[in-house]
Design a protein around this ligand. Structure first.
Ligand code: MSK
Length: 644
């Protein structure tokens, strides 16, 4: 087969169009850089190169090869692979958790009146959290409660002993497993530091102990940092409820000023959405010939403002450069995580200005305008003002916006699902559990994570999700996987009739939900954990996550954060299918442990499967096994053959 963009990437015509344009204009994209590198480092892929200290780098040989399998210090392949893996987990945990810390700090400043422009939009969630965290409610204002809730959450980061508060949300059986294993996280920062210490040369060399150390830091993310981020963002910006919006590059507007928000933290993006409605800025935009100011998003900042404000999404990770190549972006705001340095080259070919808004992320070739909570509204107006003025510099003859966008329904949280399943007076998860027990729904699977140039764009997500839907599996999605599925219409209720098995169709039709539920950003994988908690609490389908007919998948993952998410899922008892292996295959012991033996310890394990349809079938077999163990009824309907 010839290697044209169209043939390799048949799923997203908008991206195909922009990739062809990039070629014509001579602008390099992630696919070009990937191809230019040629074969990637096999030693790194196998996890057998140790760069921890400067006795090396020790590039070890595989068993049977002539190269030594022991580093200068005496570390063997298992130690080397496990150390790398543990550091990946700590790094992912650090990124998510630092996001959570920033939100907690913003809540504290808001409560103290130090962050003008922000308010507490989710007072109900604040009060529920206060009760959970032991913060007094009686006779106190929302600001007073929020101040103490923020302080309690901030204390979770530096806590030296005890257990993270949100760990106590997990089913009792799971908590007991973690206690026996000694992996209950004490404080978020402490666990990350612990991993960085134990992985030093000359400290921990036992591969299982290293992995368990890493798992403790991963749990500190899933049941700590990410959960803090999700919950406190709901307090500040409101808990999302299902909202209609649109996804793909076609949401950019030729007639309007386009401001793109990209990264992960929604704090400034929320202010940008407000600033885009500023009458003075709109007036100025009109003077310059624009009919309005259009805010759209990329990656997880996009998922955040999509869920809460209905802001359209221009694309996922692989589309950031493609959005720039439309020539229609007047300001491209980036905060933290998943921002390709390659964006700068794409921007230099147009009038577009990239504005780096985080103190943590200085990117050469961009304008650095760090966001400070105490002047967010002013910063947002200044940035949107720059975008408006930049619109005047746009070369309209070079604007090409693909005419492709798709309607989505997004914003499914644990709270909104509770409401939809039950209603105001009797919200609850009984209808979902009953649908699983009766065999209408086989199980629930979280399909999450990134997309990579190593695969056909979006395809691994689409193949895996549609195969699950065909088998009556309800899918919950976050991150770039959700955006990929949104682009082809899987996040619409009508998709149930096209893709879902008959049992799932009946449930989607009755409740009025899509068969794949958009649950938010990467930190919102914590929402999938809380959804599983509700399923356990409702009863009848398992006493902990490892007994539930649930699983997780990240078919296009590449980020350290994905490794962390995968490990906190596995440690929480969930089978997690990755579309490419972790960089550990050089160590048989580590590979055997994380893909097999760990199941006897935590109840969950990894599986590596590069074929997404096979990955989905592996999950279906797993769900069937769980159903059998629970003695649930056989599935109500036969699986409809492909193409029938
Ligand atoms: S943005 S971490 S590429 S999902 Fe959360 Fe997408 Fe992966 Fe970044």
């Amino acid at each position: 087969m010839s290697d044209t963009v169209q043939q390799r990437d048949r799923t997203d015509p908008a991206s195909v169009e922009m990739r062809e344009r990039a070629k014509t204009e001579g602008i390099a994209t992630i696919w070009d850089r990937y191809a230019a590198l040629g074969s990637q480092c096999r030693v790194g892929e196998l996890g057998i190169c140790c760069t921890i200290c400067h006795l090396g780098p020790c590039n070890l040989g595989l068993p049977g090869s002539k190269r030594p399998q022991i580093g200068v210090c005496g570390a063997n392949i298992d130690t080397v692979a496990a150390r790398r893996l543990a550091r990946d987990m700590a790094a992912g945990s650090a990124a998510h958790s630092d996001h959570g810390r920033s939100v907690a700090q913003l809540l504290l400043m808001t409560a103290r009146g130090q962050a003008p422009g922000y308010s507490i939009k989710g007072e109900g969630k604040l009060r529920a959290l206060a009760v959970e965290l032991g913060v007094a409610l009686v006779g106190r204002s929302a600001a007073e409660i929020a101040e103490e809730v923020a302080q309690v959450c901030l204390a979770q980061f530096g806590q030296q002993d005890g257990e993270l508060a949100f760990v106590h949300r997990a089913p009792a059986k799971q908590q007991e497993i973690w206690r026996k294993l000694g992996v209950v996280p004490r404080g978020v920062d402490r666990e990350i530091v612990d991993v960085m210490h134990r992985t030093n040369m000359g400290v921990d060399t036992d591969y299982q102990s290293l992995i368990m150390g890493g798992i403790r830091s991963a749990l500190a993310d899933g049941w700590g940092g990410s959960m803090v981020a999700t919950d406190l963002q709901d307090v500040l910006f409101g808990t999302p409820t299902p909202v209609r919006a649109q996804v793909n590059l076609g949401v950019l507007r030729a007639d309007q000023v386009n401001v793109l928000v990209h990264g992960h933290e929604p704090m400034l993006a929320e202010a940008i959405v407000d600033a885009a409605a500023d009458p003075a800025l709109l007036e100025r935009a009109k003077e310059l010939g624009a009919s309005g100011i259009n805010v759209a998003g990329i990656c997880c900042t996009a998922n955040e403002v999509l869920m809460r404000r209905g802001v359209p999404i221009a694309g996922n990770f692989l589309q950031q450069e493609l959005a720039m190549i439309t020539g229609a972006v007047d300001a491209f705001l980036v905060d933290v995580q998943c921002i390709m340095p390659g964006l700068v080259e794409a921007a230099s070919c147009f009038h577009s200005e990239i504005i780096a808004t985080s103190e943590k992320a200085r990117i050469p070739g961009t304008r650095h305008m760090p966001f400070h909570e105490d002047r967010a509204a002013a910063s947002a107006r200044e940035i949107v003002g720059r975008a408006v003025e930049n619109f005047a510099r746009r070369d309209r003859s070079r604007v090409v916006i693909p005419d492709h966008k798709m309607d989505v329904v997004a914003g499914f949280t644990t709270e909104s699902i509770t409401y939809m399943l039950g209603g105001t007076f009797r919200g609850g998860w009984r209808p979902l559990n009953d649908a699983i027990i009766s065999g209408r729904i086989r199980g629930v699977v979280g399909v999450v994570g990134c997309d990579s140039p190593k695969h056909i764009q979006d395809q691994c997500h689409l193949d895996l999700v549609t195969e699950l839907l065909r088998h009556d599996v309800l899918v919950v999605q976050t991150g770039c996987s959700a955006i990929a599925c949104g682009k082809v219409g899987l996040l619409q209720p009508e998709a149930a009739f096209k893709y879902a098995g008959k049992g799932l169709q009946e449930i989607c039709e009755t409740v009025g939900i899509p068969p794949a539920l958009h649950a938010g950003s990467c930190v919102d994988n914590s929402r999938i954990l809380t959804a599983c908690i509700e399923m356990v609490k409702e009863g009848g389908i398992g006493r902990d996550f490892s007994e539930l007919p649930v699983a997780a998948a990240a078919p296009g993952w590449w980020s350290e954060k994905a490794i962390t998410i995968g490990f906190y899922a596995v440690a929480s008892g969930i089978l997690t299918v990755l579309g490419s292996s972790l960089n550990i295959l050089g160590s048989d012991a580590v590979t055997r442990f994380v893909t097999g033996e760990i199941e006897g310890v935590t109840g969950g394990r990894f599986a590596f499967e590069s074929d997404p349809v096979k990955g989905a079938r592996l999950i279906v077999a797993h769900l069937n096994k769980k159903r059998e163990a629970l003695k649930l009824r056989p599935m109500m309907y036969e699986v409809v053959p492909v193409g029938a």
